[in-house]
Structures are given as structure tokens and as C-alpha cells.
Design a protein around this ligand. Structure first.
Ligand SMILES: NC(=O)c1ccc[n+]([C@@H]2O[C@H](COP(=O)([O-])OP(=O)(O)OC[C@H]3O[C@@H](n4cnc5c(N)ncnc54)[C@H](OP(=O)(O)O)[C@@H]3O)[C@@H](O)[C@H]2O)c1
Length: 296
């Protein structure tokens, strides 16, 4: 009998790589990590071939067009991946009784509420990327039978192309770094999210999906910060010759939400998973980064 398998799309990206690094060794499931070159989610034949060839029980969709800046000029392609591709995955997951995990974003919100945003709060994306991700959520809800949409935000880690690695690379440059202090969110260590996803799958596999209502959930690290706060916390720990200067968000497109702190109450209540504070996770990231630096 073939081993039940978890298919991870977009597996060479930031989250896909973290899922590879954190796959639990004790799991009774088999992971199948598919990069874009192995499986393009805009090609339904490729998706179905994988589902039919392997005993796919779960899909974690990390494949996405994520360049917020370029999306403004590449809206058609952005929607093709983030909305149409997500919808195709959802339809095929439903057809083959696969549980679908889809990753979405705080950028589906736009209005400043001044309180953490709940999964059922009104959406209102203010840029093309956010609109494409919201359309993707709507496609998933329309086509998937058993789905979990996990909205997250401000992902970073000690490797790959992300805010943390950009700031530590700049730290030794001696440049003045200007950073917005009027956008508030929750920095999220990508390995915490990846570990949480594996824990959820383990729970669902052990107890059955009926115990865990499908729908939209929020996961970020605990606590809030501005991008300035986040950069400041990094630069006070790594060797730095940079001055850090707070600025206001530029008026030019693409706009970004000013306040996108996500409420994790339903996530905590349903999945019973502890969520670390962003400062504690940043300390772990910094330790791992320092270990990598001394190794090389
Ligand atoms: N990073 C964040 O701060 C953040 C915040 C909130 C939500 N999210 C969401 O989290 C998820 C994972 O994001 P991430 O940060 O890991 O993004 P990422 O690093 O850009 O990874 C996305 C991956 O998807 C691949 N991809 C693009 N088009 C594809 C297609 N048509 N078929 C298959 N694969 C495709 C990309 O390949 P190429 O690079 O070769 O194009 C890349 O490997 C996304 O849904 C994103 O919207 C991310």
C-alpha cells in the first residue's frame, strides 16, 4: 500500500524551504516537495498527474506570485498564479478528496481598525498582490471541499531573500537605512509557521478533519511592531555600522496596509498550538544566523 503523502507546492520559496527543514522525522506521512519547475500550479494536468501518481492526502499550497512591487505591472500573471492557480488546485483537491492548506496574507486587509483583525473581518486590499490573494481565497472557498486558509504576515528567516537577511546584509555597509514606522504588523519567523502547519496536519491525521472546522485562520508570531521596530531589533544585535532613520510610508504605489495585526484567537482555540512572541523568535533567528556566519 502506498504511503499517504503531503504535497508541498512552491517548495523552493521561503515557506516551502522552511517546511522542508521542519518536516517531522516521526511523521507517518511522506512529504513530496515540488518546486515550480516540477509542478506549475497554473497547469491543471500537471497537478492532476501528481495527485493520481502519488497517494496525496494533503496539499500545502506555498506557490504564489509574491513580488508586491512588480505585481502592479504584472497583474495578469499575478492573478493567474494567486487566483486561477489556487482555484485549480482547490477543484482538483475536492475531486480527489485531498485536504488543502492554502497560505494567504494580511494584505487582503486595508482598513485601519486599531484592533487585531479577525478572519471574518471585512477585507479591502489596497494593491494588486492583495487583490489577487483575496481572489485566490474566494476560489478556494468556492471549489475546495476540505480546506484551511492560513493568513500570515511579515515572514522572515536566517536564509533566503527576506527582510531579516536584507537588513543584516546592509548592517555592515555604513549606509543610512530609512524604514517606515507607520506600518504596524507582526514579524513572523517562517520556521514557527512551518512547524505549526506540520502540527496541524498531524492533529488532523490523528483525529480526523471533522474535529477541526475548515475555513480561514490567522497565524503570525505574537506581539506587534513597525518595520522600523523590526529593523531596530535586528540592528541592535548584529554588528552594524548603519544609522537607522524612521520615515513615513511613501505615497507612491503599491500602497500597503497601515495596520495588519492579525487576531489568532480562533487559531489558538481550534488547534491548541502555542505561538511564540516575535522577539523570542527573532532571538532564535539571530542565534542561527550567527552560527551560520561563524561556519562560513
Ligand atoms: N513572505 C511573506 O512575508 C508572506 C507574508 C504573507 C503571506 N505570504 C504567503 O505565503 C506563501 C509563501 O510565500 P513565500 O514567502 O514562501 O513566497 P516565495 O518565497 O516567493 O515562494 C513562492 C514560491 O512559489 C513559486 N511559484 C511561483 N509561481 C508558481 C507557479 N505558477 N507554480 C508553482 N510554483 C510557483 C515561486 O517560484 P519562483 O520564485 O521561481 O517564481 C517560489 O518558489 C504565499 O502564498 C504568500 O502569499 C508570504
Amino acid at each position: 500500500m502506498s504511503i499517504p503523502t503531503v504535497l508541498v507546492t512552491g517548495s523552493e520559496g521561503l515557506l516551502g524551504s522552511a517546511l522542508q527543514a521542519t518536516f517531522p522525522t516521526y511523521s507517518l506521512l511522506r512529504p513530496l516537495f515540488c518546486s515550480k519547475s516540477m509542478m506549475d500550479i497554473t497547469d491543471p494536468d500537471q497537478i492532476e498527474a501528481y495527485i493520481q501518481t502519488h497517494a496525496i492526502r494533503y496539499i500545502i499550497n506555498c506557490a504564489a506570485y509574491t513580488d508586491v512591487q512588480r505585481a502592479e505591472q504584472a497583474a495578469e500573471h499575478c492573478f493567474k498564479v494567486n487566483s486561477i492557480g489556487a482555484g485549480q488546485l482547490a477543484a482538483l483537491a475536492a475531486k480527489h478528496h485531498v485536504v488543502l492548506f492554502h497560505i494567504s496574507t494580511d494584505y487582503v486587509f486595508g482598513a485601519t481598525t486599531g484592533r487585531p483583525l479577525k478572519p471574518d473581518d471585512p477585507t479591502g486590499p489596497c494593491n494588486t498582490y492583495g487583490r489577487s490573494k483575496l481572489a485566490g481565497e474566494q476560489q478556494i472557498a468556492a471549489y475546495a471541499a476540505q480546506f484551511y486558509i492560513i493568513r500570515t504576515a511579515w515572514l522572515y528567516g536566517e536564509t533566503g531573500n527576506n527582510f531579516f537577511t536584507k537588513i543584516v546584509a546592509l548592517a555592515q555597509s555604513g549606509q543610512t537605512i530609512q524604514m517606515v514606522d507607520d506600518q504596524i504588523g507582526s514579524p513572523t519567523y517562517v520556521y514557527d509557521l512551518a512547524t505549526a502547519i506540520w502540527k496541524i496536519i498531524e492533529k488532523i491525521d490523528n483525529h480526523g478533519p471533522a474535529h477541526y472546522p475548515p475555513g480561514i485562520y490567522h497565524y503570525t508570531n505574537e506581539g506587534v511592531a513597525s518595520w522600523y521596530d523590526f529593523a531596530h531589533a535586528i540592528l541592535t544585535t548584529v554588528p552594524s555600522r548603519c544609522a537607522l532613520v524612521p520615515i513615513s510610508s511613501p505615497a507612491i504605489a503599491p500602497k500597503r496596509p497601515y495596520y495588519s495585526v492579525l487576531s489568532k484567537s480562533s487559531f489558538r482555540a481550534v488547534f491548541q498550538i502555542k505561538i511564540p512572541h516575535w522577539l523570542d523568535s527573532l532571538a532564535i533567528c539571530l542565534q542561527k544566523w550567527q552560527a551560520l556566519e561563524s561556519y562560513f
